[in-house]
Design a binder for this molecule. Structure first.
Ligand code: CMX
Length: 148
């Protein structure tokens, strides 16, 4: 099997793991458990209407945990909870160019859920790659609000 080991021509940069997403049934209860057991702070709670979720971010060093509770039965996270129960939901890579990252992922044969970025929490732009093309792991690209 060929292994791609060259980034020639790739302009976008994955900066770090921005967050790990965990699907939960009860956001408040789960946040309280993480605060008490691991002495974590809550960076912010927000409803992301485009994704039909309520989320809480808990910084851990340079990265964060994102707890997700669905706000609608039709949402991706509600379906996930019904099928698999609470647990690890996605890994989010911070990129400095979400459009470029999507282009590269698609050119490498990955299945894009979002061909165009959509609004995420805290004014970010986000886009997802289907877990069936990345060994069962749902991958999110995040571009911070202050980048073009
Ligand atoms: N991680 C790994 N696998 C997942 C998954 C996840 N998070 N969610 C679903 N799957 C699996 C399903 O279990 C199913 O597997 P099997 O066929 O082996 O049973 C497969 O993916 C496809 O499932 P599906 O029924 O065809 O599709 P769904 O309707 O469940 O949708 C997905 C799956 C990934 C396309 C959808 O959840 C999606 O579009 N996700 C992106 C958006 C999102 O997740 N938003 C919430 C986060 C928002 C935020 O972070 O703010």
């Amino acid at each position: 099997m060929a292994v791609v080991d060259s980034n020639e021509g790739v302009d976008s940069m994955i900066r770090k793991i921005d967050h790990l997403g965990i699907a939960v049934n009860d956001l408040e209860k789960s946040v309280n458990i993480l605060k008490a057991a691991f002495n974590l702070e809550v960076g912010g709670i927000e409803e992301v209407s485009s994704q039909q979720v309520k989320v809480a971010f808990l910084p851990v060093g340079e990265s964060r945990l994102e707890l997700l509770e669905p706000t609608s039965e039709d949402s991706a996270v509600a379906k996930f909870l019904a099928k698999r129960g609470e647990g690890f939901h996605h890994v989010a890579f911070e990129t400095d160019s979400i459009e470029e990252s999507l282009k590269v992922a698609e050119s490498q044969g990955l299945r894009l859920i979002d061909k165009q970025p959509r609004p995420g929490a805290h004014g970010t732009k986000v886009a997802f790659i289907h877990p069936k093309s990345t060994f069962g792991v749902l991958i999110e690209f995040v571009q911070k609000a202050n980048q073009t």
